[in-house]
Design a protein around this ligand. Structure first.
Ligand code: DUC
Ligand code: ZN
Ligand code: ZN
Length: 476
């Protein structure tokens, strides 16, 4: 019997802190040695001239999430995790949505049933709290944090999801008590409704007015309010999918003040603009997401946030709806007004290639920062590190081997999610993940899926190192 199951030989191994030319020895699904001269292995993978990176951790994706009457998400766990694998991501973190009146346990049971046996890569669920009843706050959330669901998302906008300030404070207080991390979708609900009504009255209902209805001030105000509410409760907070400088400056201001405020930005805010919503006919719906993409100056601000550490996480916010589909972007009501177009765009497969190409290959960020933003930091922030997010002895052998010389034109058939388009179609990309491995098993080789669904597992998580621990609170 060979000494190792697999050896990856001849590549440059990169972590968030270092790059080093060495081999990776893998057995039992884990990295068991880093060094040179390993030869006694059942399989040798030649990585000469390639980067050997931790598989990506995408901390913000939406799969099989209930999306309102007549609307169906394009991706279930099988197609969403397939696309993740093709794009070099080995763990995704989707959201288990509590519907109004539903218990969190019931929502989780149903969501686990959807994931069971379907996943190509590992998954770990955040919770979305839409109905913070006494039962949810007092019993369900504390028990679920203990069970490894250590982060919850709350919304400041959307019918049926938006929490008022009092409810936000209540959820944050439970996070403080239990050591969970709260993620906030920061946009001002009333301001968006006001703007939407004004636009509709003026007959401005085309997809591009989606962006007009949610200007930067709406996001900036809610970001500042979320930070202030978290300060009142004395709890860390993560502001997700930040799209522009003014919202980023709120986060930077809070960080400089000494508050534990974390930030995330996403692919669409680096490479799309509001003008993408301006396509012929209904084509603009392909880019409808919230917050909307802004302008080139906002893209530069988001790059600055990634470089300087205001943002510690880069995610896809993958939330796919088919375009040419009455249950997707072309829902009959959506044809009458932007208000009804499902919010969200695909991106779990394109996230890493776009950041690699536009960030690393252009010199905006170095390869270590790429690993930090896309793997190590999301794993750390959400309690999966060092099992995920790094290549170290004892870590899961979740690895993506990148060919930095590969030049290609991005098309939807390379990312193979359940949608019928990619908002990044036709983009020139340099660098591609040619092999993806999850817990020692190669699931993508030469850009083609070779794994079977069902290999991916759900992971319970530790508390975030940023969260207040119950112990720290009592000793404070
Ligand atoms: N918020 C998300 O986080 N994803 C998609 C839509 C939205 O509003
Ligand atoms: Zn959101
Ligand atoms: Zn999202």
């Amino acid at each position: 019997m060979a000494q190792f199951d697999t050896v990856i030989r001849g590549g440059t191994v990169v972590t968030a802190g270092d790059r080093i030319a060495c081999d990776v020895a893998i057995s039992g699904g884990r990295v068991i040695a880093l060094g040179t001269g390993f030869s006694d292995a059942a399989e040798i993978i030649d990585a000469t001239g390639k980067w050997v990176l931790p598989g990506g951790v995408d901390a913000h994706v939406h799969l099989s999430q209930p999306s309102g009457e007549g609307i169906v998400m394009a991706d279930d766990f099988e197609t969403g995790t397939r696309s993740a694998a093709l794009g070099g991501t080995t763990t995704v973190m989707p959201f288990c949505l509590q519907e109004k009146g539903q218990s969190l346990r019931a929502a989780l049971t149903a969501y686990h049933a959807k994931a069971a046996g379907a996943c190509h890569v590992d998954v770990s669920f955040h919770l979305i709290i839409s109905d913070p009843t006494d039962q949810v706050l007092g019993q369900e959330l504390p028990a679920l944090v203990e069970d490894g669901y250590t982060s919850f998302k709350i919304f400041m906008t959307y019918e049926g999801l938006a929490l008022n300030d009092r409810e936000i404070l209540d959820v944050m207080a439970v996070a403080r008590e239990t050591g969970a991390l709260v993620m906030v979708h920061a946009e001002n609900y009333d301001a968006i409704r006001f703007m939407t009504e004004q636009l509709e009255k003026a007959g401005r209902t085309a997809p591009r007015f989606h962006a007009t209805s949610r200007p930067v001030a709406v996001e900036r105000e809610a970001t500042h309010r979320a930070i202030s509410l978290a300060e009142v409760v004395d709890v860390p907070v993560m502001i997700v999918h930040v799209s522009n400088r003014e919202a980023m400056e709120q986060i930077r201001w809070a960080q400089q003040k000494g508050l534990t405020v974390l930030g995330e930005t996403c692919t669409q805010y680096l490479v799309l603009t509001e003008q993408d919503l301006d396509g012929l006919g209904m084509e603009g719906t392909k880019y409808v997401c919230s917050p909307p993409p802004r302008d080139v100056a906002s893209q530069e601000a988001c790059w600055e946030g990634l470089r300087t550490g205001v943002f510690n996480i880069f995610s896809s916010d993958h939330c796919a709806f088919r375009y040419d589909d009455p249950q997707g972007k072309l829902t009959p009501k959506g044809r009458t007004s932007f208000r009804w177009v499902p919010n969200g765009i695909p991106g779990v497969g394109a996230r890493l290639p776009i950041l690699f190409s536009e960030g690393v290959m252009t010199g905006r960020i170095d390869i270590e920062r790429f690993v930090a933003l896309t793997a190590a930091n999301p794993a750390k922030t959400y309690g999966l590190y060092p099992r995920k997010g790094t290549i170290a002895v004892g870590s899961d052998a979740d690895i993506a081997i990148w060919d930095p010389t590969r030049k290609l034109t991005l098309t939807h058939d390379m990312v193979r999610d359940g949608a019928d388009y990619t908002p990044y179609e036709g983009r020139q990309i340099t660098g591609w993940p040619v092999l993806t491995m999850v817990r020692g098993r190669t699931i993508v080789r030469d850009g083609a899926l070779v794994g079977e669904k069902g290999h991916g597992l759900h992971l319970a998580r530790a508390r975030s190192p940023y969260a207040k621990t119950p112990e720290a609170k009592t000793s404070a």
